[in-house]
Ligand binder design. Structure first.
Ligand SMILES: [Zn+2]
Length: 176
C-alpha cells in the first residue's frame, strides 16, 4: 500500500504532487484505479524516475567540465541542481508528470484525472521558474527524454546558457 506514496514523495523530479488521499477509508473512495492498474502506472513512472536522470545530468556536467553543482536544493520549487556561485537552477522534468508533449505521456485511461494532476504540476513549474528568475536565477528545465541520443542536440541547446555562464565565471575568477 505504501508503494504509490513513495513515488510521490518530494525530492527529485517527481515532486510536490497533490497530496494523496491518506486515511484508508477515504482512499477507497478516491481510488479510481484497480490495484493492478495503479501498480502498472507507478512502475512506468518509476522506471523513468529521477535517480537515473539525475546521474545522467551529472555526466553531462562532467563532459562539459562544469563543476560546482549542489543537489537537493531547498530553493523555490526544489530544483534538481543548483549552481550557487553561478546562480543557475536546473530542473530535470519527468515527461509524464510535467506534461511533455512527447511519446507515451498521454494516458488513455482516466484522462481527466491525470490531466488535472499534470496541469497542476505545470502551473507550479511555471510559477517556480518565474519566481527564481525574479531572484536573478538562470533557470534551465530539461526534459528527461532529452537525455536520449536522438535528442542530444536539444540537450546541447538546453545546456548552452549554463556552459556560457560557467565560462564567464571562470574568466571572472582568473582576472581576480
Ligand atoms: Zn519528453
Amino acid at each position: 500500500m505504501g508503494k504509490s506514496n513513495d513515488v510521490t514523495k518530494s525530492g527529485g523530479v517527481i515532486r510536490r504532487l497533490a497530496p494523496a488521499p491518506k486515511p484508508s477509508k477515504a482512499r477507497n473512495k478516491h481510488d479510481v484505479f484497480s490495484a493492478q492498474k495503479r501498480s502498472d502506472i507507478m512502475k512506468q513512472v518509476r522506471s523513468t524516475g529521477n535517480k537515473s536522470t539525475e546521474l545522467k545530468m551529472i555526466e553531462e556536467f562532467k563532459k562539459r567540465g562544469i563543476k560546482g553543482w549542489r543537489r537537493n536544493s531547498k530553493l523555490i520549487g526544489h530544483p534538481d541542481f543548483i549552481f550557487p556561485k553561478l546562480r543557475v537552477a536546473i530542473f530535470v522534468d519527468g515527461c509524464f508528470w510535467h506534461g511533455h508533449d512527447c511519446r507515451n505521456t498521454k494516458p488513455k485511461d482516466h484522462r481527466e484525472y491525470w490531466q488535472a494532476k499534470i496541469a497542476r504540476n505545470q502551473a507550479r513549474d511555471q510559477e517556480s521558474t518565474e519566481r527564481l528568475r525574479r531572484r536573478g536565477y538562470l533557470v534551465i528545465r530539461v526534459w528527461e527524454c532529452e537525455f536520449k541520443r536522438a535528442k542530444s542536440e536539444e540537450l546541447e541547446d538546453r545546456l548552452r546558457p549554463l556552459v556560457e555562464t560557467y565560462k564567464q565565471f571562470l574568466v571572472g575568477q582568473s582576472s581576480k
